[in-house]
Design a protein around this ligand. Sequence first.
Ligand code: GMT
Length: 378
Amino acid sequence: MKIGIVCFPTYGGSGVVATELGKSLADHGHEVHFFSYDYPFRLNVFSENIFFHELNTVDYPLFIGKPYDLALTSKIIDVAKHEKLDLLHVHYAIPHSVSAFLAKQILKEDDYYLPVITTLHGTDINLIGKDPSIQPVVEFVLNQSDVLTAVSKSLMQNTFNHFKVNKEIQVISNFIDFSLFNFDQNKIDKYRSKFAQAEQSIIIHVSNFRKVKRVDDTLKVFAKTSKDINAVMLMVGDGPERQHVEDLTRSLNLSNVVFLGKARSVELLLSISDLFLLTSSSESFGLSALEAMAAKTPVISSNIGGLPDINIHNKTGFLCDVGDVEGMANQAIKLLNDADMLDEFKMNAFEHAKNFSIENIYPIYEQLYTDLLGSKNV
Ligand code: GMT
């Protein structure tokens, strides 16, 4: 098959999932064309089956910003026609499914039929998508997409709650490529010693530092935990809240917090850690928590969205109410104070994460494409 994939190139779950799926498709012999405004950061392989199409956005004094969605539409039309794409898979509804719909309509004028799959990821539905300024457009294009998928049951349910969607939404979980987590113990020990002494625990948080992640709660959980536990906190990622959280770290006089920014070696950083914290107010899936578990790191997280499907309470970690800093800190102290329990949770986390391996999820997407191309409705 010749497959177009539209995604954001940045340090976020939807871009990771789209890129890893594209890499797997290429490994299975499909031709994959990525569309994005920059080179996707996880597209770090060479394959004769992978092509990247960067958008050419125009700057013009009358516009507020650059018309990204129009540039994307035009690029899809051009590549679909010349490369003869069989289908287009867009990740994150806004504005990608709008551009996909427009491109599909324009291509129809030339009797070219381009089936579209939209994968819903999170804030495209739960936050920005339901804003009245764009809600009707999002609702319309969701219904126009040939296939809709969501990364969790919770996101599927929220989509039906917020939008009048008149078609099925297939739930396909996010996945993990376990080969990225294959470090030998020497490497882990060596890397760990760069951040912590032997007697110290490492607690980690990875996100894009947006308000929805409630990173100040993460820091407050660490502040309380570190009163009882000798620990270091690694803050990985960057985003709008980072400065505020760094300021809070200083005002709380926390010297053992390290901000690493958009580190490339996230899998290794997760592998040297003892505990992952994710205090978000909304999380449709929580890929970062699943990645932590794939690295044998238990998770203390909020109990919202898709997180309870990944983080099994009292087994792979603990779930607490959003904002329950005290509860999360108490669970962290309990876990980090009990070496046997910690070892057991590490193995439980790893075992549960295996249910989400790419080998389990990839065939579902491939089948979806095959069924779509075989269906009469396209
Ligand atoms: O929707 C977002 O906030 C961005 C998106 C991303 O690109 O990182 O995150 C969402 O999609 C991820 C991949 O499917 C999920 O793991 C995240 O839980 C989800 N984020 C939220 O729901 C806040």
